[in-house]
Design a protein around this ligand. Structure first.
Ligand code: NAD
Length: 494
């Protein structure tokens, strides 16, 4: 049996220039567990501008030597770090469950495994951040160098901190940048622990971690002239602001923002024994086992009218079996919502949906609270007969709330799917290759999956269209574009 880690407590310090430090002003933020209201997890420093400046200086100081390091050594460092993270994977998974409320079995463990896999992947391809040579004649040497940008500020959300950190840290470091990570105020503990585990393999200052509020230390990083690139993952609202602030001083910027992704079910995906498998796939794509707190949640479900009732009945029956409970319990399918604000917001969307004329509610376990637990627990809700222009169909709820909409014609469903200011992910369910790929190609989203609904695969491209973001950091090509800049060198020989 797996041993449960001790409940975190005490002061969880930041990492700046290889030192474990508190905030310069000596201020703190209390950390609590979403799964157990009132359970203290200790406190983290409330960093402000002065701390951001110190971390950026440390990262700048470490940059020249790190960029000059042979890629084999950066590779080795990342691979050793991956081994250390793998040895601590269960600890990191449990810490994720405690810190974020994400259930251990379906979400937190896969997340810590993804962290390890991405350190290995980007460690492995560290030598690929390279340029090209132009065949410009024997008296010319014309080549490009892919040079690191410098100091990257990685700003993280709370919903899956390790996974998002894994999408930034190893790629940025493999390319020769140094990094300052800003953990989300609601889920900082796994990031601090990850840094502790990785730090022994990196020179001081190559990886730095700050904790604190977005409006304080986050803003200070975005504005800091010593930050060459802002790599932001979070809400579209804050993302717009980050883009304009970084744009003002012409800093590089990548934005991974929100989504309201479509799940499109064709009649043949429901035929015979495919019914159950497609429903399970939609359940996964909706990220119910992350309480819907995922930017790629397929939260708008479009089902063909011919199979609408049959499919919805199967989906409701599967979703209704999900166990809501303590994130650390192996039996739990759905853990807790991150905080009171998010919890209240989800409830207000449900009230708004219920108030719409003609809406149907085939499943609503939103008031379900597991016995003996006092946390932000929220069972799944499915709305049916929804109109695509209602708020619950247009706005990102970031909770376990799915809206179902019938369709009759492929053009109509593509139009409805694209009628959103978001464009992050999409899921198409059909055995008809032409119908599936025609739909996939016409959807305005950065990532379309056909007949599967899982998370990002190591090595794939990932990023948003429209208000879901700018830039692609994931994949080797994305990382090359996002974490390096090209220098052309032309030499006259002889
Ligand atoms: P958020 O935008 O409120 O916060 C994200 C981070 O930005 C936090 O660390 C926060 O402290 C910081 N921040 C806030 N204001 C800032 C400012 N003025 N300057 C600099 N930093 C600031 O988002 P959240 O509530 O933590 O996360 C949920 C959102 O993140 C959802 O919209 C979700 O879709 C999105 N998200 C997107 C992806 C993706 O890959 N596209 C992944 C995960 C989450």
């Amino acid at each position: 049996m797996t041993q449960t880690i001790e409940t975190p407590s005490g002061d969880h310090l930041m990492l700046i220039g290889g030192e474990r430090v508190a905030a310069a002003a000596g201020e703190w933020i209390d950390v609590t567990s979403p799964g157990r209201r009132g359970l203290s997890l200790g406190r983290t420093p409330r960093a402000r501008e002065e701390d951001a400046d110190r971390a950026v200086r440390a990262a700048r100081a470490a940059f020249p030597a790190w960029r000059a390091t042979h890629f084999k050594d950066r590779q080795l460092a990342l691979l050793k770090a991956a081994d250390a993270l793998e040895a601590a994977a269960e600890e990191l998974a449990q810490l994720t469950a405690i810190d974020t409320g994400n259930a251990l079995r379906p979400q937190a463990r896969p997340e810590s495994q993804t962290l390890v896999a991405l350190f290995r992947y980007f460690g492995g391809v560290a030598g690929e951040f390279k340029g090209v040579t132009l065949p410009a004649g024997d008296d010319q040497l014309q080549y490009t160098r892919r040079e690191p940008l410098g100091v990257v500020a990685g700003i993280l959300p709370w919903n899956s901190p390790l996974m998002i950190a894994a999408m930034k840290v190893p790629a940025a470091l493999a390319a020769g940048n140094t990094i300052v990570l800003k953990a989300a105020e609601d889920a900082p503990l796994t990031i601090i622990r990850m840094a502790e585990l990785v730090a022994p393999y990196l020179p001081d200052g190559v990886l730095n971690v700050l904790t604190g509020y977005g409006a304080e230390v986050g803003e200070a990083l975005v504005q800091h002239r010593g930050v060459d690139k802002v790599s932001f993952t979070g809400s579209s609202r804050v993302g717009h602001h980050v883009a304009s602030a970084a744009g003002e001083r012409l800093a590089h910027v990548s934005l991974e923002l929100g989504g309201k992704s479509p799940n499109i079910v064709f009649p043949d995906a429901v035929a015979g024994d495919r019914l159950a498998a497609t429903a399970t796939g939609v359940l996964t794509a909706m990220r119910f086992t992350r309480q819907g707190q995922s930017c790629t949640a397929g939260s708008r479900l479009f089902v063909h009218r011919d199979v609408y009732d049959e499919f919805l009945a199967e989906l409701v029956s599967q979703v209704d079996r999900l166990v809501v409970g303590d994130p650390l319990d192996e039996a739990t399918d759905m853990g807790a919502i991150i905080n009171q604000k998010q919890f209240d917001q989800i409830k207000s969307y449900i009230a708004d949906g219920r108030a719409q004329a003609g809406v149907e509610v085939p499943l609503d376990r939103s008031e379900q609270v597991p016995d003996g637990l006092d946390g932000f627990y929220q069972g799944p809700t499915i709305f049916s007969a929804v109109s695509n222009d209602w708020r619950i169909a247009q706005e990102e709820i970031f909770g376990p709330v799915l809206v179902a909409i019938p369709w009759s014609d492929r053009d109509e469903v593509v139009r409805m799917a694209n009628d959103s200011h978001y464009g992050l992910a999409a899921y198409v369910w059909s055995q008809d290759l032409t119908a599936a790929l025609d739909t996939a190609h016409r959807i305005e989203s950065g990532w379309v999956q056909v007949n599967q609904g899982g998370g990002q695969m190591v090595g794939q491209s990932y990023g948003g269209y429209k208000s879901s973001g700018i830039g692609r950091e994931f994949s080797i090509e994305g990382a090359m574009e996002s974490f390096t800049q090209i220098k052309q060198v032309n030499v006259k020989l002889g």
